[in-house]
Design a protein around this ligand. Structure first.
Ligand SMILES: [Zn+2]
Length: 397
């Protein structure tokens, strides 16, 4: 969690952000416990917390008696401290935004029309950021804005938020975090959406007590984030976690990427619907979540062919994650994404193949099925801005 590089002001901001994150995860917490957990000197912790209290970023939750003498102050992050989280929904033609605090509470949410295919997409996104962070937009709303996080699909270069997502060609290959920060009074952070979700789980979700975990998302593709010893692992080219096109069967189903037998060709929403159409369970190949809901209803009503589509998808996912879990031995695997709505149908096949190879860490790995709601991606996007040290991709100038 040690900050690296950047100016003194940046270093200070990272130190303060580290402290805020630890207090958010562990609070209410005393200065003595903070000193112990951070491995810093007590004078440093006292100085930093004094500064955060003065800026109203921290609050004293309670005082607890600590034997004779002065009672201990228990510190917590002020509920007003928040960040905007943004995601681009290309097909819906909008940017979704939510203002989220350190407790993971959504203070407000908005949907703003946005044409990701427009030649002026970057200018348009900058205008949205400018509008959301303007004094006029924030007037009358409770909250203390400290950043903006933007979550997108595909690898994101940590140094400057350069996006390489094939679904957002107009935003690609430009230092998006730097460009957007120029239009905002607070720093703008850009991160891969699954990594962003893992940050939210670490900060205010099911990974609050964990140091090393994997987050896997199921939906229109399969994504993975790797968190090791409280650090998000980006890997070479910031491409860690790209498991969607791992081959699970060399003679298997054709995949949209041109290869054969990818995980994507079994476990993505479109793949499951295609398989259902081929086996005659559905009369047409759908592509959206409501079509998958229909297939799930059939499976729950006892349609064996529908159930076998989900079971196969779950098995393929377990097949890919079993060696990953064995190699990394994380404390838990958190399953997330729109697809977890159907975990009752996917889970058995998944568990079978995850444990089948008897790889020790995969056999004992706790699997946590995260609750899912439509604001989860936005909580993730906001977490990128609330938890800079872990994502470690804040602009450095
Ligand atoms: Zn593929």
């Amino acid at each position: 969690m040690s900050p690296t590089g950047g100016s003194l002001a940046d270093l200070r901001r990272r130190n303060l952000a580290t402290l805020l994150s630890v207090i958010a995860r562990r609070g209410p917490i005393s200065r003595a416990e903070l000193t112990q957990q951070l491995g810093l000197g007590s004078a440093t912790v006292t100085g930093l917390t004094r500064e955060l209290l003065r800026e109203s970023l921290l609050a004293v939750a309670e005082t607890s008696p600590d034997g004779p003498g002065r009672p201990r102050e228990m510190l917590t992050v002020a509920r007003e401290v928040c960040a905007w989280g943004l995601t681009v929904r290309t097909q819906a033609g909008l940017v979704a935004a939510a203002r989220v605090n350190y407790q993971g509470e959504v203070l407000e949410s908005r949907e703003i029309p946005f044409d990701a295919g427009s030649a002026k997409a970057i200018d348009e996104l900058a205008r949205i950021v400018e509008d959301l962070t303007s004094p006029a937009a924030l007037a009358g709303h409770p909250g203390r804005l400290i950043g903006v996080g933007v979550a997108v699909g595909g690898p994101v270069r940590t140094a400057d938020g350069r996006v390489t997502s094939p679904t957002l060609p107009r935003l690609a290959n430009k230092p998006l975090a730097h460009l957007l920060s120029a239009h905002s009074p607070v720093p703008v952070t850009v991160e891969n959406d699954v990594n962003a979700l893992a940050l939210a789980q670490y900060l205010y979700g099911p990974a609050r007590e964990l140091r090393s975990f994997l987050t896997v998302t199921i939906g229109h593709g399969v994504g993975m984030a790797v968190v090791l010893r409280e650090q998000l692992y980006h890997g070479l080219g910031d491409a860690a976690g790209e498991i969607d096109h791992v081959q699970v069967d060399p003679d298997g189903r054709p995949c949209s990427c041109g290869s054969t037998g990818c995980l994507h060709a079994y476990t993505s929403t479109h793949a499951m619907l295609s398989a259902a159409a081929e086996s005659g369970v559905l009369t047409r190949t759908g592509s959206d979540d409501s079509d998958l809901d229909q297939l799930a209803s059939l499976a729950r009503d006892g349609d064996r062919r529908a159930a076998s589509v989900f079971a196969a998808a779950g098995r393929r996912l377990g097949q890919v994650l079993s060696p990953v879990a064995a190699a990394l031995a994380p404390e838990a695997l958190i399953v997330s994404g729109e697809g977890v709505r159907h975990w009752d149908l996917l889970g058995d096949g998944f568990e079978q193949s995850l444990r089948a190879a008897r790889l020790s860490a995969a056999v004992t790995l706790p699997v946590v099925v995260g609750e899912w709601d439509h604001l989860a991606w936005l909580r993730g996007a906001a977490a990128c801005a609330l938890h800079l040290p872990m994502s470690d991709n804040a602009p450095t100038s």
